[in-house]
Design a protein around this ligand. Structure first.
Ligand code: ARG
Length: 478
């Protein structure tokens, strides 16, 4: 439904509807109304709008726009509005163009014409930028909370599987064995960086646009610092034109969400591979799997598949917003209204995916024997044999060639490297003796990786400590 402009203009006298538009003679076309109205989605900002309105009302007292008694009535009215919002009792009218108009209309219904004073010294341009900044700051903090939970789960999993062996891959070919704890910690650090990115988005959103008016500033000496402090902002946007044009904080959130969703996608992809019969390394719990409508034996890793697939959707939201901002002249244009659906979809998607990853990881099980068997092929220790020759004085490049010859020999004879008899080793290099077999003992390949960040049990234990400490540091981002 669109508004009846004549009714609005008439009702303004009794203070029920405050947007009198005598400037217009024609009603808005219903199609235009559908295009222009944002109420269907921006109602998500209702509580932020009410909070910001409360702080603004207080500033209006300081500026002499409201008396103390009027402020009290207005705050009581805003309380009532907030209560209705919390209880789900707030009714939107189809004739409300957006959430800001809806809240002001309802306030005016409750407190009468006094409600019409709330919009003094404020424009929807600085209002919507402020509501959105509050929202982005809030959702950044939520993303960090959800990440913190996933990180805790991953840290526990890594601890419990610190010395389980599996092949590490490059080019999806078995490369060198690693410990499962080591691999899970790779996921941990990937997501730990996302915490910093969401933290940066939250800080970008902590700068208050309100008090900038439509674009040029206000005729009223509003105490912006006090308003900012009341709303939890760290600072003020120092330029009123920038304040109403800027959506970088939303872009920062979307960039963080895009990178995070990409990480979830890579983790999902690994879980899908690992849970196939071909790998058989892991199995998500039944509570995060589904069956097949036709094949009774199937248990599909749907959650992991969906984590894999959601990333482009979040990236599309980033593309939408950067596309909207691209080439857009300052200051406010209605284009900016299009920021919301993209942002909201990304928020919903990333929050759901983070919860799903956490839930799936809580019930995942790993097959120790399968992974160990896949990691047992001693060709994976070829680099370790080369390093043995290097310790005996051979340049690495030459050692690489010698071991290449050993590998070819082993493959031609259908044996492992450790099955080449000692009597034949001399053909490849005089520097090879019994230590060759020690290097090829299972487990020796892992524990030889002593470098910091490597896969030896000592290095992984050290890394678990660092990861645990960085979990404790998350407090700084929150
Ligand atoms: N619904 C609008 C938005 O989301 C609010 C700001 C409208 N400003 C204006 N000058 N029409 O961007």
């Amino acid at each position: 439904m669109r508004p009846d402009r004549s009714r609005r203009a008439a009702d303004v006298s009794v203070g029920v509807i405050f947007v009198a538009v005598p400037r217009f003679e024609q009603e808005p076309d219903p199609v235009f109304w559908r295009l222009n109205a944002s109420l269907a989605y921006d109602r998500r900002l209702a509580s932020h709008d009410a909070r910001a309105s409360r702080a603004h009302a207080r500033a209006l007292l300081g500026a002499g726009v409201l008396t103390a008694a009027e402020l009290e009535r207005m705050l009581a009215g805003l309380d009532a509005v907030e209560r209705e919002l919390e209880e789900g009792a707030f009714t939107y009218e189809d004739s409300d163009e957006d959430v800001h108009m809806a809240i002001e209309r309802r306030l005016t219904e409750i407190v009468g014409p006094l409600g019409g004073k709330l919009h003094t010294g404020r424009s929807r341009n600085d209002q919507v930028a402020t509501d959105l900044a509050l929202y982005v700051a809030e959702r950044s903090a939520v993303a960090i909370e959800l990440l913190a939970s996933v990180l805790g789960t991953l840290h526990g999993l890594a601890e419990r599987h610190r010395d389980w062996r599996l092949p590490g891959y490059t080019h999806l070919q078995r490369a060198q064995p690693v410990s499962l704890g080591h691999h899970l910690l790779a996921w941990f650090w990937m997501l730990r960086r996302d915490v910093d990115r969401f933290g940066a988005a939250g800080r970008a959103a902590a700068v208050m646009p309100l008090g900038s008016g439509a674009l040029a500033g206000l005729n009223w000496p509003l105490d912006r610092d006090t308003v900012a402090a009341e709303l939890g902002f760290d600072a003020l946007v120092e330029n009123s034109i920038d304040a109403v044009s800027n959506r970088d904080f939303a872009l920062d959130y979307l960039a963080a969400a895009t990178t995070c969703a990409t990480h979830l996608s890579r983790i999902g992809a690994e879980i899908v591979l690992w849970s196939s019969d071909e790998f058989g390394f892991c199995r998500p719990g039944e509570d995060y799997s589904s069956g097949s409508s036709i094949m009774p034996q199937k248990m599909n890793p749907d959650a992991a598949e969906l984590l894999r697939a959601k990333a482009p959707r979040v990236q599309a939201s980033f593309s939408t917003l950067i596309g909207i901002l691209h080439g857009l002249p300052l200051a406010y244009s209605k284009d900016l209204q299009e920021d919301k659906e993209a942002l909201f979809d990304a928020v919903d998607t990333i929050e759901l995916c983070l919860q799903a990853l956490d839930g799936m990881l809580a019930g995942i099980s790993f097959d120790r024997e399968r992974m160990a068997a896949a990691a047992a092929d001693d060709l994976a220790a070829a680099t370790d044999v080369a390093d043995l020759l290097v310790r005996r004085g051979m340049p690495f490049r030459e050692a690489h060639g010698v071991v290449g010859g050993l590998v070819r020999h082993a493959l031609e004879h259908g044996v492992g490297l450790s099955e080449i008899p000692a009597s034949e080793l001399g053909r490849f290099s005089e520097l090879l003796d019994d230590e060759y077999y020690e290097v090829l003992t299972e487990g020796a390949w892992l524990d030889s990786k002593v470098s910091r960040g490597g896969t030896s049990s000592e290095a992984v234990t050290h890394q678990l400590g660092l990861a645990g400490a960085s979990l404790a540091d998350l407090g700084d981002e929150r």
